[in-house]
Design a protein around this ligand. Structure first.
Ligand code: NI
Length: 248
C-alpha cells in the first residue's frame, strides 16, 4: 500500500486532478517490520512537478549525509519548523548512520540516491540493483525505514534504468546549481522560482548551501508556500488551503 502512488503517477502527469491518499504513514517513529514490495512491471516516468499540491514546496538535499554540515542543516530546519527530504548516498549513511537516524526522528524523509553516486546508465542491471539494495539496507539499518522514493545520481536515467526501479524516481523543477555557484544570494535568488508543487534541488555537502537555507526558507515563505516532504507532495493530501498557509 505504501507504493500505491506509483499507479497514480500517470494520472498526475496527464493532468488529472485525482486526489491521492497513500495509506502508509510517511514517517515511522520506531523501527517496524518492513515489507519490501516485489518489483513492479517495467515502467518509466519522471516527476518534475505536481500541480495538484496547492501551496506546497519540497526542499530536497542530495549527496549527504555530511558529518558536520547535515547536523547544522537539521538544526536550522528544526528551528524553522521545516520538514525536508534527504536523498542520501548509501556509503555515507553507513559512515554516519546517527545523522540519518536523527533526520528521521525529526520527521524528515529519506530517499535513496545510490550507494556511491555512480551514474546508472553506465552500470549493468545487476549493478543498479546492487546500488539500490545496498543503500536501502544501510538506511534500514540506520532508521528502520525503507525509502519510498529514488533520485538518480546526476539525474542520469533512461528507459532501462527506470524499468529496474520499483518506486517513484523523483526529479526536480528548480535546480539551484548550489554545487556550482557556491553563492548563498544566488541560491536564494534561484529558489524564488519555486511555485506551488515545486521540488527544489539542493546539496547538504556544501557550507554555502547551508548558509543559504535560511534565506531560501524566508523567500519561499514570503511566497505563501508551505514546506512538505516529497512523499507528502506526491500524496496531494496536504496544503489544500493556501490562504491559511500564507497567513502563517
Ligand atoms: Ni547527487
Amino acid at each position: 500500500m505504501r507504493f500505491k502512488v506509483l499507479y497514480l503517477l500517470p494520472l498526475l502527469l496527464a493532468g488529472c486532478t485525482a486526489t491521492l491518499s497513500p495509506s502508509a504513514p510517511l514517517v515511522q517513529a520506531e523501527a517496524a517490520p518492513v515489507v519490501v514490495p516485489a518489483p513492479l512491471p517495467q515502467y518509466s516516468y519522471q516527476v518534475r512537478n505536481v500541480p495538484e499540491a496547492t501551496g506546497c514546496v519540497a526542499l530536497t538535499f542530495d549527496d549527504g549525509p555530511h558529518v558536520t554540515l547535515t547536523p547544522q542543516l537539521l538544526d536550522i530546519l528544526r528551528s524553522e519548523g521545516i520538514r525536508a527530504t534527504f536523498y542520501v548516498v548509501g556509503q555515507r549513511v553507513a559512515s554516519w548512520p546517527d545523522i540519518v537516524a536523527r533526520a528521521v526522528r525529526e520527521s524528515h524523509e529519506i530517499g535513496n540516491h545510490s550507494w556511491n553516486h555512480a551514474l546508472f546508465t553506465t552500470l549493468s542491471d545487476a549493478e543498479i540493483a546492487s546500488q539500490l539494495a545496498r543503500t536501502d539496507a544501510a538506511i534500514l539499518a540506520a532508521t528502520g525505514i525503507v525509502p519510498a522514493t529514488v533520485r538518480l545520481p546526476g539525474g542520469d536515467g533512461n528507459a532501462r534504468v527506470f524499468g529496474l526501479i520499483d518506486r517513484p524516481v523523483v526529479f526536480w523543477d528548480v535546480d539551484t546549481l548550489d554545487w556550482q555557484n557556491r553563492s548563498p544570494p544566488t541560491i536564494q535568488q534561484i529558489s524564488a522560482r519555486a511555485y506551488s508543487g515545486s521540488i527544489v534541488l539542493l546539496h547538504d555537502i556544501h557550507a554555502t548551501t547551508i548558509a543559504a537555507v535560511p534565506g531560501v526558507i524566508a523567500t519561499l515563505r514570503a511566497q505563501g508556500l508551505q514546506f512538505v516532504t516529497v512523499s507528502e507532495l506526491l500524496s496531494g493530501r496536504v496544503c489544500t488551503n493556501p490562504t491559511i498557509v500564507a497567513a502563517r
